[in-house]
Design a protein around this ligand. Structure first.
Ligand code: DQA
Length: 145
C-alpha cells in the first residue's frame, strides 16, 4: 500500500521551532522513524515537505497520478487559511488523515477552525510526532473500497 506524508509550512524547522509546543525531534528524525515503521508494517511511505501552498497542491495532485492509497497531512498554518488545499484534497478524492503535533484546541482561537477536517477520515492532534505514526497505521489497515 502506497501512503504519502505531507508536511506544510515551518515544519522543516521542527526541533528548534518552539520545542515546548512541537518537541525536540527534527522533521528528518520523525520521517526516519516513520520510514522504519513503514518497513515493519509493510506499507510504502513517500514523504514531502514544502513551505509553499502551490507546491503542496501540486504534490496532492501528483498523489492521484502516483496512485497513492492514502495521505497523512499536517498543513501547518494553511490548515486555518487554505480553501485551495481543501479543494485539492477534495479534487483527488484520496482518503486522508489531518494531523497536528500540538493540541490546536488548547491554543489560540484562530487555530480551532480547519478548512480540512470535515473532509478528513479523521483528525489527530496533540499527540506529537507519534500522531503521524497512528494515522499512517490507520490508513495502512483501511480496507480498499
Ligand atoms: C500545527 C498547528 C498549526 O496551528 C500551526 O500553524 C502549525 C503546526 C501542528 O502541527 O500543531 O504550523 O499544524
Amino acid at each position: 500500500k502506497k501512503l504519502l506524508l505531507i508536511n506544510g509550512p515551518n515544519l522543516n524547522l521542527l526541533g528548534t521551532r518552539e520545542p515546548g509546543i512541537y518537541g525536540h525531534m527534527t522533521l528528518t528524525d520523525i520521517e526516519n522513524n516513520l520510514k522504519a515503521q513503514a518497513t515493519k508494517e509493510g506499507f510504502s511511505l513517500t514523504v514531502f515537505q514544502s513551505n509553499h501552498e502551490g507546491a503542496l497542491i501540486d504534490r496532492i495532485h501528483q498523489a492521484k497520478t502516483d496512485d497513492m492509497a492514502g495521505i497523512v497531512i499536517n498543513p501547518g498554518a494553511y490548515t486555518h487559511t487554505s480553501v485551495a488545499i481543501r479543494d485539492a484534497l477534495a479534487g483527488v478524492g484520496i482518503p486522508f488523515v489531518e494531523v497536528h503535533l500540538s493540541n490546536v484546541h488548547k491554543r489560540e482561537a484562530f487555530r480551532h477552525h480547519s478548512f480540512l477536517s470535515d473532509l478528513a477520515v479523521g483528525v489527530v492532534c496533540g499527540l506529537g510526532w507519534k500522531g503521524y505514526g497512528y494515522a499512517l497505521r490507520f490508513l495502512a489497515e483501511l480496507p480498499a473500497d
